[in-house]
Design a protein around this ligand. Sequence first.
Ligand SMILES: [Zn+2]
Length: 186
Amino acid sequence: MNALEALYSEELTDERVLKRYYTKSKARLYDFFVKNMDRLPYFGRLRIGLAKLPTYIALVKEWGRVKLRPIGKVFGLYSPETNTILIDPVVMPELDDPERAWLRKYMDIPSGESVLGHEMVHSDQANTGLMDRLYRKYGQQAREYVEGAASYICDAIFGKSGCYGKLKAWFGSLVEKSGLKRAYQS
Ligand SMILES: [Zn+2]
């Protein structure tokens, strides 16, 4: 590597940071799927980008003064129509997102790996036809499978998170009954 290449490779662009997270999450998911589903996950031609996503806020009175405080936050999104994941830079500390310090005062911010991992499970669900099958079979209730499974799997890989507690527990009871592979493929 010459000096110029060394300089270039150390430059921490947003895309490089995102790619690093993606590579890590992908490796963990591959490992998990091989061990638990006897196959690799399938993401097709997945696109991933950074975007500021919605923060839900409320006006509250603190010590007699009106303040804005966050009551909910979308950290990641997956669109099955375009096979695209959008991730809010707030989950990657290296990106110094200005919202991060403020949000952290009020809520736990999940790790970038786990948010990406969650959306990548959705990509597997969409690209293997599982999502369509679930919606045909269960209508709107399919969402419980889809979110329950993604959150359950990401907790197993990346550690406990506060997301979708009830759906995760419900999916966990299916796993106990019939094993993860069958519960996932439902
Ligand atoms: Zn989800």
